[in-house]
Write a protein that binds this ligand. Structure first.
Ligand code: C2E
Ligand code: MG
Ligand code: MG
Ligand code: MG
Length: 279
């Protein structure tokens, strides 16, 4: 019923089964209400070119608090998925992100902006048209927009998913496979879906300096990306040593606490202003 993080979260509420169920239901209702009222917030984490450490993009990440306490995204994303309104959550985030993409453009920052999408919602034609409508309405340089496909479940309908992704690509968006190498995000996807970017999962980056199989997973991902002509980015870079070794393995782009944590919009713009190339 509960995943680990949620257990930690509900633990604070002296957990009898009834109380746990009650908290879960109240969280679900509050989350839904906050999405409808557009009260979810978004933070931005830079993506850099490893060689120069200059920003090339950013990832938009959803943030939500329940009873004044921040809830880990994996938890509330999971709640929204199970309750069947992850599509509304992602649209709520997309709306804010499109607005900010427009602003970045006006500020002269030529970087990509990525948002996350869970394929479980991508079986829904209503979502498809709502999302594409929003994208086209915003009237921006769409080739800077990227959708990261993340998931915890096996894809139910590959045909539909690849059709949807193709529509996004035809509209000018780039598609990234998130958490590559972990769980269900793997070779299967690469063979069945047309993507532009591979995002190596941060668990490999976390221990590849000491773990031979993680190092091999990264090496193989780099080779695969080269072979298929895809861009590759490593997430979860926390140390300079990781950066150095990743560059040696042929990784060009990265993201992680070593460069910057996810930040609220104003801080992110300040960060960009001090780190971007003067043009
Ligand atoms: P993700 O898409 O793989 O996002 C990267 C996660 O790694 C983020 O966690 C980010 O804060 C974290 N991270 C970045 N650099 C580092 C690092 O150096 N070390 C470590 N340990 N972590 C790092 P976050 O924000 O907790 O998000 C968790 C997941 O929730 C995301 O994983 C994504 O799958 C999902 N998510 C977040 N926002 C959305 C959204 O708007 N829609 C959907 N569908 N999913 C979302
Ligand atoms: Mg992501
Ligand atoms: Mg993920
Ligand atoms: Mg990821």
């Amino acid at each position: 019923f509960y995943m680990q993080e949620k257990q930690i979260f509900v633990m604070e509420y002296s957990p009898s089964i009834v109380q746990i169920a009650d908290v879960r239901i109240r969280m679900m209702q509050q989350l839904h209400a906050d999405i409808e009222a557009k009260r979810l917030s978004v933070v931005f984490q830079p993506k850099v070119e490893l060689e120069t450490r200059k920003p090339v993009g950013c990832e938009a990440l959803a943030r939500w608090s329940f009873e004044e306490k921040p809830v880990p995204p994996d938890s509330f994303i999971n709640i929204a998925q199970n309750a069947g309104f992850i599509d509304q959550l992602d649209l709520c985030i997309a709306e804010q992100v499109l607005e900010k993409t427009h602003l970045l453009n006006e500020l002269g920052h030529k970087i990509t902006v990525s948002l996350n999408m869970s394929p479980s919602e991508v079986g829904d034609r209503k979502f498809e048209s709502q999302f594409l409508d929003k994208v086209t309405q915003t009237n921006l340089e769409i080739d800077r927009l990227e959708v990261e496909i993340t998931e915890e479940e096996p894809v139910r309908d590959y045909e539909y998913l690849s059709e949807f992704l193709e529509k996004l690509q035809n509209a000018g968006l780039r598609i990234a496979l998130d958490d590559f190498g972990k769980g269900y995000s793997s070779l299967m996807h690469i063979t069945k879906l047309t993507v532009d970017v591979i995002k190596v999962d941060r668990e490999f980056v976390n221990d590849f300096l000491h773990n031979r199989s993680s190092a091999m997973a990264i090496e193989l991902s780099v080779a695969l990306a080269e072979r298929l002509g895809l861009e590759l980015i490593a997430e979860g870079i926390e140390t300079e040593e990781q950066e150095t070794k990743l560059k040696e393995l042929g990784v060009r782009f990265g993201q992680g606490y070593f460069y910057a944590k996810p930040m609220p919009w104003d801080d992110f713009v300040n960060w960009l202003n001090t780190h971007a190339d003067d043009e």
